[in-house]
Structures are given as C-alpha cells and as structure tokens.
Design a protein around this ligand. Structure first.
Ligand code: IPD
Ligand code: CA
Ligand code: CA
Length: 267
C-alpha cells in the first residue's frame, strides 16, 4: 500500500513552491461570482497536485476546488484539494495563503496536510498520530477564558444575511476578547488554532476543501471542532467552529446568542 501522507506532502510542497515562485506574477484574474476570484496560479497549482495524486492513486475520487469532482473506481477514497487557500490575499501579494489537501475514506477524514510556503511550515495530522508542524508535535492553547482569547473568522463573499450576522459576531467578540483576526486563509486559521497561536476560529459557508484537512489537524492537536451551535461537524455544510476545547462552550453560547439577537432585529 502506498503511503498517502508521503504523496500528499510531496504534492503540497511542490504546489507551495510554485505559489511562492509566482507570487507577484498573477497573469489572469477571473470572477467565479461577483467577489469570488480565481487566478491562473490557482489552476496551475491544482494541475500539479492533481497530476501527482492521480499518478499515484488513479482509482481514488478527487474533489478539487477548480476542477470539481472526478469519480474513481469505487474505492470510497476521496481527496479534497484546495490548491490555493487565500486567493484574494495572493492576488494582492499579501503573504498569507496555503495549500490544503485532505483524504477521506468511507466518509471519514483520515489525513490532513496544509502547507504555508512563505514560512515553510507544513502542518499534518492522521487519526491517532497527533498533529505536527514540520518535525514537532503541536497542541492547542491552554487558555480557559473567552475574554482573554485571540480568535479568527472569515466572511463569505456571497451571502448578505451571513455577512451581516458574521459582522455582528465580529464586532461583539472583538469587544469581548483580545481580538478577532480576519486573515483570509481558513486552512491556515485552523492550523493556527492547532498550534496555539489562536484560541478559536469560526466561519460560515466554507467548502469541504477549505476545512477537511484543518479540522482534522485541530482535533488531533487536542482541540474541538463542531458546527456553530456545538453539534457534530459536517465539512460539507461549511459551518465550522474550532477551538482549543476550553473556550468552546462559551464561544458557542456567544455565537448562538448573537445570531438570535440579529434574527430578532430582522423580524
Ligand atoms: C477562502 C479563504 C478565506 C475564507 C473564504 C474562502 P479561497 O478560500 O479560505 O479565508 O474567508 O470564505 O473561500 O477562495 O481563497 O480558496
Ligand atoms: Ca479555500
Ligand atoms: Ca482556493
């Protein structure tokens, strides 16, 4: 049996190298929707990753952000690929972006690999193996108080209602904590929770390739990952709350209360 992790790491490193080389050299920007952009570099990165994975595992399913779903030979193994998480940052040469690759088997996440080429940080996890940053095992922070936590979120580009309650959550939690960052790469936000640089992260309307790898990395680092109301995570629903575990209930309660207040105002 080939080592899926080795291959995923090779693909992430090669794609990451390409992203770093091409930073500042984006030749085309297209609009998928009004605010959702894709560059020629997203496509080049995806082509590299898919060719490596397909070359090694031709019978696996692939769900890649730009190319969509390709069915394999019914092995029940599915790769989730985000060739460039943080495209808007990338297109503006803001150096915060990553490559994210996850593998599901029979619907369960069994591998997550995320690479930040600008800092040469490779995050990975497998169930039962812990979470790793390069050669070091990582774990979530020990912080217990929501009011001294550092959080991150992101805003979906396309849904007025979601953006509105997200902004209210952003404002309320900015007042109640040490701060809320909006850095523009959900995959890296999750890695930052996993290694204790952040205490929590939430976002709505993400895609499975944004959170498939990072959610496993947080869990294996000892954190907790759920939907926004504390229920089981479904990476295909796109709503995610990931924390160090200790502030999870308080943050869930705060998010639910803000959402309720917002919907009361709207009716
Ligand atoms: C985006 C990033 C961003 C998040 C957006 C995502 P992309 O992914 O993860 O942080 O806020 O919702 O779409 O489009 O750059 O791969
Ligand atoms: Ca993404
Ligand atoms: Ca992307």
């Amino acid at each position: 049996m080939k080592n899926s992790r080795k291959i995923a790491v090779r693909a992430a490193l090669e794609a990451g190298r390409l992203l770093k080389e091409r930073l500042g050299d984006v030749r085309t920007i297209d609009y998928k929707e009004a605010y959702n952009i894709v560059t020629d570099v997203d496509k080049a990165s995806e082509a590299k990753i898919v060719s490596i994975i397909r070359g090694e595992f031709p019978d696996d399913d692939i769900l890649a952000e730009e190319g969509g779903f390709t069915e394999g030979a019914g092995l029940n193994r599915r790769w989730l690929i985000d060739p460039l998480d943080g495209t808007t940052n990338y297109a503006h040469t803001y150096p915060f972006f990553s490559v994210s690759i996850a593998l599901e088997e029979a619907g369960k996440r069994i591998l997550g690999v995320i690479y930040n080429p600008m800092t040469d940080e490779l995050f990975w996890a497998e169930p039962g193996e812990g979470a790793w940053l390069n050669d070091e095992k990582i774990s979530v922070s020990d912080l217990k108080e929501l009011n001294s936590s550092l959080l991150a979120t992101g805003f979906p580009p396309d849904t007025a209602k979601a953006v509105r309650s997200n902004l209210l959550q952003f404002k309320t939690l900015t007042d109640r904590t040490h701060g809320v960052r909006r850095d523009g790469s959900a995959a890296l936000d999750l890695c930052f929770v996993a290694c204790g640089r952040l205490d929590g992260f939430w976002e709505m309307k993400l895609a499975p390739w944004d959170i498939g790898a990072g959610s496993l990395i947080v869990e294996e680092a000892g954190g907790r990952v759920t939907n926004l109301s504390g229920g089981p995570l479904d990476i295909y629903s796109g709503h995610i709350l990931a924390t160090n575990g200790k502030i999870h209930d308080d943050l869930t309660e705060a998010l639910v209360a803000i959402e309720k207040e917002d919907s009361k105002k709207r009716h």
